[in-house]
Design a protein around this ligand. Sequence first.
Ligand code: FE2
Ligand code: FE2
Length: 158
Amino acid sequence: MVMMASCMTSAEGAAMNTRLIDGFTRHHRTLDRAFEDARQATGDGDFVRARAAFQGFRDAIERHMGAEETWLFPAYEARYGNDNALTSILRKGHRDLRGFFEEIAEALDEGDGDEGAALMDTVGQILHHHDEKEEQEFYPAVATLVDDPTPALTALES
Ligand SMILES: [Fe+2]
Ligand SMILES: [Fe+2]
């Protein structure tokens, strides 16, 4: 009886955790595609398309980072403290990315394709490592701490 009860509890938890992990991981891939569109247009020297594509990517990743900062980082920090290594690194990643986004927008506004492409290469690398750390370490850990991931998942799409 005891074993059955414990199995049921962990099965319910697993279903809930999977929703959070899958939702945020899937959204990383959506962001990857939007970023590639902007990168492609920049490479083509089509700045009207590049500016629109980059703005679309930027809006979407701001929703994503905002959802992490509003719902996920605080849940992890409530358990492991504000100065834990993991969310400190991830928060710094968001700050760095936002700095580069501003520089990319300026380069595209000025029609500087070389500068835009170089900045996008750097962002692509930062983003890759950031997303990998979230998918391998952070999401699995925080998924055990968030009771209901629905508000965070909804925030990705709104
Ligand atoms: Fe993030
Ligand atoms: Fe993320």
